[in-house]
Design a binder for this molecule. Structure first.
Ligand code: SF4
Length: 278
């Protein structure tokens, strides 16, 4: 059996940066908390916890003096609340997410309805909507455009798929109830997401079994698994090597491995080792 790794996978720039910022702060100043998980990966969160970085699920659970904002960012109200409560802020918001927040804020201020192509329940999207102001919504399907104002700005959750974003925009433009007179489109998908997806798609085309390694709550990992599965190749989304079931490998000779943007190298290596040992 041959095992091939995707040419681009694992830790992205934003996740590396967030971890570095928090590790530096905890090393210099002692224990701190993150507002929500710093990144959507259990192993990373567990490892940071051992170094003194704990997770507060909400503003009301925050303790201590220092709070780190997660890589997927937070809305202006959340940021304001953290400051009002007197916490020192380590802002680990990924610059790609920050860019989407700035675009949303500018569009909202300029009087556009801000439409985000993305999962409305995801923390990144909730934060971006917050920066856009009152006239904003998020959706993975083309919404009821007759209820929206004539000036529309569209942007995208950073971890969405390029083709699906293009389909969404085309659906908005060609919708029969679309009445807008001005439309602005911003492709805010991040670089790492695009590269990971292109590499995963290419690999899925060369193998007969795919493993996608990463958090079950990681949006970009779930998207990678969907992209691989959509090619028709059998795909397993796992978080750790212990989940590998030897029965899955029966009758498969070329196996591909890719991983989400918040999956550490050592977790990927453990999965590859587990596959080699089957
Ligand atoms: S996946 Fe993209 S947007 Fe998210 S943290 Fe990584 S670089 Fe930033």
């Amino acid at each position: 059996m041959e095992i091939e790794r995707a040419s681009e996978m694992g830790f992205c720039f934003g996740v590396r940066r967030a971890i570095k910022l928090v590790e530096k702060a905890v090393g210099e100043r002692g224990p701190l908390q993150t507002l929500g998980a710093l990144v959507h990966n259990r192993q990373v969160v567990d490892r940071l916890e051992l170094c003194g970085v704990s997770v507060a699920a909400s503003l009301d659970e925050l303790q201590g003096n220092i709070v780190a904002i997660a890589s997927h960012g937070v809305g202006p109200e959340g940021m304001e609340q953290v400051r009002i409560r007197g916490f020192e802020v380590i802002d680990a918001t990924c610059p790609f997410v920050r860019k989407a927040q700035v675009v949303a804020k500018r569009l909202g201020k300029a009087g556009f309805w801000v439409l985000v192509f993305g999962d409305a329940a995801h923390p990144e999207v909730r934060g971006v909507l917050g920066w856009a102001g009152e006239n904003a919504s998020a959706s993975l399907e083309v919404p009821h455009l007759d209820k929206l104002p004539r000036r529309l700005g569209i942007l995208c959750q950073t971890t969405q798929n390029q083709e699906r974003f293009a389909e969404f925009v085309a659906g908005v433009i060609s919708h029969k109830s679309a009445k807008f007179t001005e439309l602005r489109i911003f492709n805010t998908i991040c670089d790492a997401t695009s590269k990971h997806q292109v590499a995963a798609l290419a690999l899925a085309g060369r193998v007969d079994l795919m493993f996608v390694v990463g958090g079950q709550d990681s949006a970009n990992t779930k998207r990678l698994a969907r992209i691989c599965a959509d090619t028709g190749v059998t795909t397993y989304h796992i978080e750790a090597a212990a989940e590998v079931d030897p029965r899955w490998l029966r009758g498969h000779y070329r196996v591909g491995v890719t991983a989400g943007a918040s999956t550490p190298d050592e977790v990927i290596d453990e999965v590859v080792r587990a596959l080699e040992e089957v």
